[in-house]
Write a protein that binds this ligand. Sequence first.
Ligand code: UDP
Length: 241
Amino acid sequence: MKQYFDRLYKQSNPEFMAELRDRLAQDQKTFIVTANPEAFMFGEKDPEMHALLMDEHVTVVADGIGIVKGAAMLDVQVTERIPGVDVAENLMQYGHELGKKIFLLGSKQEVLDRMCRVLAEKYPNLTIAGAINGYVPDKDAAFEEIVAAEPDIILVALGIPAQEKLIYKHFSKFEKGIFVGVGGSLDVLSGSKERAPEFFIRHNLEWLYRILKEPKRIKRFYNSHVKFIFRVRKEGRKLRK
Ligand code: UDP
């Protein structure tokens, strides 16, 4: 578990965003994992997830407060959260400023339709190279379409760990592109679902807001976040021995 924390991006949120913009401007191929406790818990169970979290070509950022707190418990210095939804939104803005091409894979068709309308309105200089919903049976075939479209930004919204594993599987076929698994971010950025009110964001309680809105998340929360806390504590005790 500690090995995943050591892989985390350590600088501030603005520094990360500035680097991201540069990488996009310079067509530097990049894969970003916006990690929450679930991602690290999957890493311990799933060899593919483990491999990609440990791959030095993959940038891992602390999406959730659980990761930032866990890092502190393990004496790993992480400055602050870098939420996936902000990464996705900033990439749209940078893509607009730099006249780049975006491809969206994942989420429901109605969410994608709304997202494309928002993109055309708010970011007119960003070209939509394609958008394929996340319920098509063959996601590998969808990725071949992405390869052919040669986009600069590729947002994959299938949930952890499916989105990361799919990106990793096809990553070597690309010469450029910023790839991010964005979970439910398109639901929020398209206006289909609301992000937590400012109060929850400021107090690092977005996770609580999501459970209150969708109580069926509670089981998933227990299986990842609660077990995660015990796991990190155990690791911390080992370190201090
Ligand atoms: N999703 C999908 N295909 C699937 C399962 C999920 O496209 O087979 C989408 C779903 O519509 C949602 C996203 O994946 O937009 C996952 O959202 P969730 O809120 O669960 O992700 P989180 O942000 O919690 O990782």
